[in-house]
Design a binder for this molecule. Sequence first.
Ligand SMILES: NC(=O)CCC(=O)C(=O)O
Length: 280
Amino acid sequence: MTGVVGTGPHRLRVALLQVAYGDDEPLADRVERVSQWIRGLERADLVVLPELWAHGGFASATWETTAEPINGPIIEQMTAVARDAGVWLHAGSIIERAAENGDQGAEGRGLWNTSVLLSPHGTVHKTYRKIHRFGFGDGEPRLLEAGTELAVAELAHAGRADRIGLATCYDLRFPELFRELGNLGVDVIVLPAAWPMPRVEHWRLLGRARALENQTWVLQCNTAGTHSGIEMGGHSQVVSPTGEVVAELGADEGVLFADIDLSLVASVRANFPVLADRRM
Ligand SMILES: NC(=O)CCC(=O)C(=O)O
């Protein structure tokens, strides 16, 4: 499905890859499959992948063994893909392993759920370590460190530098993080996820709420398929600064293209200046 919004002069063509996977596909095969998929895509300025699409969003039993540093094989391969395709590539997230003599984090685990934005020049442009860990005492909070820093990237495109805020999956439930990103002047928030089917209506609703209340574009890229016994929800969506879903997918694997008009952010804020009325 494709959504085209606005006639303003500053369009960004985005492609969200809703990757489906099960338990049988080896990590390296999936990385290769997704690489070929991106290489074969029609033109896009920004390609987005889901959370932990290579490691498995709920495959926590293997995270410790499959974790890689940012300069490990997955991001190395994705960097080459971004460069060859000449696109900005939000490579979703990986289980990041700390460098051997590097900071191991406050709890000493040395593992994070880290999103990585790659430039068309084949460089790591920005990383974001997921702040809110999902699992209620198990999974992420048991195994991973919590990120501590917000991440805003400048994405140079068509003579402009757009401000992109990064957030990951469960972060969507914490509006204060999105408000902080809004305060930092972001035009677009990119959110990769591994969000299960039973709560997919939360996913759709919260994405619209975060876009509407902060008057930003929100790009939500979810996972499909069933892995580790959990059915993923799909329904990746592109939401406008007025909270409208301009493009969405169903439950299956697919690619979602949208031409988003970034000049809409300023015009929506000027025409309905609700953010100027904040009291706290
Ligand atoms: N991977 C996640 O962060 C899952 C979040 C989730 O399932 C929820 O918030 O519900």
